[in-house]
Every structure is written in C-alpha cells, then in structure tokens.
Write a protein that binds this ligand. Structure first.
Ligand code: NDP
Length: 452
C-alpha cells in the first residue's frame, strides 16, 4: 500500500471530473483522478456523442426521400448497422484517447480503479492504493434505471443500444422523457418499427405545452406508434421477444423493449454517508451553490448531484469548483436560463420559462408562429416548425423561447445569448431578419397571440 498526497483527488472520469482535474492541474495543483470504466463518462461513451451520431445516421431516409422530391434520382438500400456500429466504436475509442491524452498532458495522475471514500481526506482504490487528499471531488454521474417490474432485466436501457448485435424489427420504448423520445426518432429512422408508451398525458413533461404537442404530432406523422396515458403492466420472455401487457388492455410481442424511465445518481457503495456526506431522497449528493457537500473537504458536481443533468452544466460546475477552491474566488454556479435541446426529429430547443410557468409567475405576452418552412412547402411536405417567445408585460424581458424545427439546438444556443443577457422583446425587434431562414421569424413577430 502506498500513501500519496494530492491537492485534489477526483472520483469519476466523465465530462465534469476530467474538466475539473485538468483545470486544477493547470493551476499547479497536484491532481489524481480515479475511473473504473472508460474515460469520458456517459456523454462520450454511452450518451450525447454516440446518440448524436445515431441521430445523423437516422436522418438519411427522410433526406433521401426529400432529395427525390427535389429532382435527384436517388435509390436507397438497407441500413448496415454492423458497419455503422464498427465506425461508431472506432470514433468513441478515438475520443477516449483524446481524453486520456489531455489528462496526461496536463499532469493529472490517472488510476484505472474503483475509488471509495475512507474518510474526508482519504480515497481507497480497488488496486489497494490509498490517496490522501486536501480536497476530494465526487463526479461519478448516474445510470439508467428499469422500473420495479418482474422480468424487467430482459428489457434494454440506453447504455445497451450502442452495442446491439442487430437492430430489432420491433421495439417498444417505455417513457416520455429526453431519452425515450430521442431514441424513438432514431430507431424509427433506422427502420425499426417503434411503439412508445408514456404514462402521462403528453410526452416531454416540463417543456412548453405547445412545443411538446408539435413534437408528438411529428413523431406520429413519422410513423412512431406513440400511446400516451399508457404504461407497461407485465412482460415475459417468449419466442421472438417479449410479450407485453399494457394498461390500455393490449397484448403484443416486441422483439426488444427499451426502458427509458429515468436515471439515478451513482452514490451507492462509495462510502459517502460514512464520510459524512448528506444524500437526498433520490440518492443524490446534496451540495450548496459552490458544489460543496456537508463535509468541507468534499465537493460534488454533475449528475451525481441531480441538479440540471446536462454535460455542459457539469463542466460549468467543474470550472466554478476549480475557481472557488484553487482560484481563491468563490464562484457559485448559476442554474438559471440554461438552454437545452431534445434531439427529436425535428429538434426542440428551449431556454427559460415555459408559457405555463411564466403565466403562473406574472402577466405575459406570448408571440408564437407555426408555419411550413420553404424547404418543406416546395415539395408539398406537411411538417410545420414553431417559434415562440414568452415576454413579461411588466419588464418587457423575454422570459422564455421555445423552438421546434430542424437544427433548433443550433438556434437556441444563439438566441440564448440574447435572452441570458436580459433581452427585451423590443431588443429582439430591433434586429433585422436574415432572409430567407426559418429563424428570421423570431425577429418579425409583431402581435402577441395571447396576452394576460
Ligand atoms: P427523464 O427523467 O427525462 O424521463 C424519464 C421518463 O420515464 C419520464 O417520461 C417518466 O414519466 C418516465 N418514467 C419514470 N418512471 C417510470 C415508470 N416506473 N414507469 C413508466 N414510466 C416511467 O429521463 P431520461 O432517462 O429520458 O433522461 C435522463 C436525463 O438525462 C434527462 O432528464 C436529461 O437531463 C438528460 N438527457 C439530456 C439529453 C439532451 O440534452 N438532449 C438527452 C438525454 C438525456 P413522468 O414524466 O411521468 O415522470
């Protein structure tokens, strides 16, 4: 056993942990990072990155159909999942290598080992080594959960999707959140017959109602058999897949079932409570605005704290942690007005308050337009896009913006800058339109469609 002293020991090599380790090392701190799986975490290895590459792959059938309508002589063959998967994993290997090299290059000592807290300043590794640390940062992320249901272990979770031997012919997706809706679109685009059960009245709870409605409409128009107010009751393995009984009385066999029923923080079995760290009801580490836990030497960032579970938020929390602890400048993380995108087809981009939340807060004006963009109208397509601004009557500030459109993720990033700066409706109006684009509608909406 070795006893080694560090200024910082990071547990977890995902986006947040790696950023904190590198930034602290760049300030001259002696830093170690322990990760028992692949470097890069959920985002790089089994989340955002492979998901987005699958979104790209799944878009081609629609693009090819569109190309034909635009006059191209295009015939499409079948999708070669094995060829795509091989290329996907080669890309993930490359990115993992980049992460490892960045850590090595910044002088961080990495350990491929499982870490547990022995006390507020000591981390024990599965290799038998012990690391003494002035500060410990827990950045262990989360993992997908299956509902407590007999035979649930026969269902897939999102981690499994990138490793499938073959694509199923039929897939039932359970859930109505980010992962369920994104993979419904992906699998449907790749040629899988997708059925989706969501227990609530409308998918994407927490997003703007009109935007959710339009996304659901598009999903159904694309061929996804989406059932709201429906849940899975029982399932059992049978020849050819899983027989599923649903709350709507139906019985059906699906080749595979995907549980996209939420994620839970990775806090079990790492000695957190014994060290004095407080956990919340969902098993998340409780932290203050500086990401400090109940134990002064222990901090936590990212999904393990279950605040806003998005990669760029974990990275921001990492930077602020380093600034606070190693930069001598206490820097809280601002979790307000964070733009985000759901990569459905089309995408949903969102920042700030939904119309419903804003209306509950104060009197608002709602500017909203929904139209067939030029590219669709030309070929007689029916897909509409939507742009909405929710404006405070009292301050004229834009409280929220919601966009359903191709590339809405790109749009919301840019309009998000103005909104985060506190733009008023009149500031937006002063901008001249870029023509012809879809997003020009954001600066040309003159009359509120609702006001109260
Ligand atoms: P979400 O919390 O978004 O969605 C979980 C879904 O499962 C909800 O529709 C929920 O229903 C439903 N559900 C939960 N328990 C059950 C149950 N027992 N039976 C049936 N349905 C159930 O989780 P996800 O796993 O989709 O994503 C996790 C997080 O990861 C997201 O919140 C997001 O922060 C992040 N993420 C971000 C992405 C992006 O930025 N594009 C992409 C993917 C993930 P109900 O609404 O009724 O609770």
């Amino acid at each position: 056993m070795t006893d080694t002293d560090y200024d910082l020991v990071v547990i977890g090599g995902g986006s947040g942990g790696v950023r904190a380790a590198r930034m602290a090392a760049a300030r001259g701190a002696r830093v170690a990072l322990a990760e028992d799986d692949r470097m890069g975490g959920t985002c790089v290895i089994r989340g955002c990155v492979p998901k987005k590459l699958m979104v790209f792959a799944s878009a081609y059938p629609e693009l090819m159909a569109e190309a034909r309508d635009y006059g191209w002589d295009v015939t499409s063959g079948p999708f070669d999942w094995t060829a795509f998967r091989t290329r996907l994993h080669a890309e993930l290997d490359r990115l993992e290598g980049v992460y490892r090299r960045m850590l090595d290059g910044s002088g961080v000592t990495t350990f491929n080992a499982r870490a547990t807290l022995a006390d507020p300043h000591t981390v024990a590794l599965s290799t038998g080594e012990t690391l003494r640390a002035r500060h410990i940062l827990v950045a262990t992320g989360g993992h997908p959960v299956r509902p407590p249901l007999p035979n649930a272990e026969h269902g897939l979770v999102s981690d499994d999707l990138f490793h499938l031997e073959t694509l199923p012919k039929t897939l039932l997706i359970v859930g109505g959140g980010f992962i369920a809706c994104e993979f419904a679109g992906i699998m449907n685009g790749l040629g899988v017959k997708v059925t989706q059960y969501y227990r609530g009245a409308q998918i994407l709870r927490g997003f703007d109602d009109e935007a959710r409605g339009l996304v659901a409409e598009h999903m159904r128009a694309d061929g996804i058999d989406l059932h709201t107010g429906t849940n899975l009751l029982e399932m059992e393995p049978v020849t050819g897949g899983l027989r599923v009984k649903a709350t709507n009385g139906s019985q059906q066999v699906f080749e595979q079932v995907l549980f996209a029923t939420g994620r839970t923080p990775n806090t079990a079995g790492i000695g957190l409570e014994q060290a004095g760290v407080r956990l919340g009801r969902r098993g998340e580490i409780q932290v203050d605005a500086y990401s400090q836990t109940a134990v002064p030497s222990i901090y936590a960032i990212g999904d393990v704290t279950d605040r806003v579970n998005l990669t760029p938020v974990a990275i921001r929390e990492a930077m602020n942690f380093v600034q606070t602890v190693f930069g001598g400048e206490p820097t809280p993380t601002d979790h307000d007005q964070i733009p985000s995108a759901v990569f459905t087809q089309p995408e949903l981009g969102s920042i700030g308050l939904t119309e419903e939340a804003a209306r509950a807060q104060e009197p608002v004006e709602v500017y909203c337009t929904s139209f067939r963009p030029m590219r669709q109208a030309f070929i007689g397509g029916s897909k509409r896009v939507m742009m909405k601004l929710v404006v405070s009557i009292a301050t004229r500030k834009v409280l929220g913006c919601h966009i359903v459109a191709p590339e809405a993720g790109e749009m919301i990033q840019l309009v998000g800058i103005a909104i985060k700066m506190g733009a008023t409706k009149e500031d937006i109006d002063r901008v001249v339109a870029v023509h012809p684009t879809m997003s020009e509608e954001l600066v040309t909406m003159r009359q509120p469609i609702r006001s109260e």
